[in-house]
Design a protein around this ligand. Sequence first.
Ligand code: NOJ
Length: 536
Amino acid sequence: MMSTPPLRRLALTLLLLALAACGGGGGSGDTGPLPEVDTRAVAQDDPGSTLPANWRQGPFAEIFVRAYQDSDGDGIGDLRGLISRLDYLKDLGVTGLWLMPVTASQDGDHGYAVTDYRRIERDYGSLADFDALVAAAHARGIGVVIDYVMNHSAAQHPAFVNSKAGTGNAFRDWYVWQAGHPSGWNVFGSDPWRNGFTGWYYAAFWDQMPDFNLKSATVVDWHHDNLRFWLNRGVDGFRFDAVGNLVENGPSAWESQPQNYTLMRGVKALVAGYERRFLVCESPANPLPFGDACGSAFAFGHQFDLIAAARGDATAVRAVADYFKTAPLTMSTMLSNHDSFAGQRAWDQFNGDQAQYRLAAATLLLMPGTPFIYYGEEIGMAGAATLSGDPKLRTPMSWTATSAGFTSGTPFRAVSANIASQNVAAQLTASNSLLAWYRAMTALRRANPSLNGGSYEAAVASGSLLHFQRAVAGERSLVLINYGRSNASATVDGLPASATLNNAFPPSGTDLATDAGGSVTVTVPAQSVRVLVLRS
Ligand code: NOJ
């Protein structure tokens, strides 16, 4: 190898030092003028809400806009495409949508590397399209909740480009910097400290997603301005990303720190200052405390029990029965979502066993909690055969037997492995389809207020049979789900004497009555669901 002559080496060193001093070079790659950061303050200006008070009880659909419906043939889903599918979503029976990030992003995919918190991702459309989506959803009684990423931005976000320029930059303190490389850290299996060339910055998830310094009141206030920006436009709330990771206090204190709860209580208060808004938080490691701090949080862990119970695992049936005995009824539930750590698509977890799939969906939609349906779950979309990891779960929606229903162009990603058999077009016309089942379950929930927002009582797991009651004033539902392969019976006591139990499901069922002692024995055929309603 040729060695560099000493004079040239000195000249090179001087050049690098000069570049670093003016805020660029030295590996940062930023040599131009520093970008402006939009720090305009936003005051509260609530347009109000036209949604019914109980819209927040769901069910919600989780929508990946990139994968939902393309309207312009570029192979990428967009907001106009989503608008064209709102009637489908209304018929599915959802009252809310959670849109994965729709803000401008660096990752060109799921959107969690945000480059502008007040602009719509170019691939998806414009702010005007977004306003049109919110108006069209509201006209159908559907609320729109967007993902908000407070923990980190994209490395290309103007604030980070500034922050990285040097220690004297006004935005330096917006992110988490150390002069030397801190040692002893291990976050999600790797070192979260990244070489920024003007220092070391903390980025828990990816070197291109630097964490904000949320100990800075300026940064928190700026996020609050961003939240008001969307709430003032009529957005109905937020799904808050990675709330377990907001503040880090040391190598073994980087998750679920006390400040995280304080921060989320601040956000909850801000959101509650607007009419009928909703906040749900994501903290896979420790969800329950965020149920309180945010109002709702995803019930991570519970989804595995829902799936295992549907397969007939008696321990999981017990866990499902017990969950809401202690967890707040406001927790948000799901079978799976867009992250593979939360499980593969339900179809793949059930190996296409539709009987089990239906039992899982019924449990999700009849139990307490705010249920979320991952897009395509209602038709049994599988992952893509040719992909692995997260992309496998994030395929274009299977509207028809080929990608033609999603786009007139070339889809941005491989389609689901089972698109030919499991697609909306085929299932809309089949009365016994999985889609028809999901619709029946959401309709059952809607038709009976006790199933939507009622209490959770008298839950019993007996082998593969689960039964529980849910009540509101004037109505009590009895739900029985038999996950087993043979008929099962349960005797339910403590009900009013000689009362009629109206059959609510299945449609072929008949009314029953309690005896003089207030008991009733119900037989539930193998792998089936029975719902009876007592009205006073
Ligand atoms: C959780 C999101 O669900 C996931 O998709 C994302 O990559 C991380 N947070 C980081 O934003």
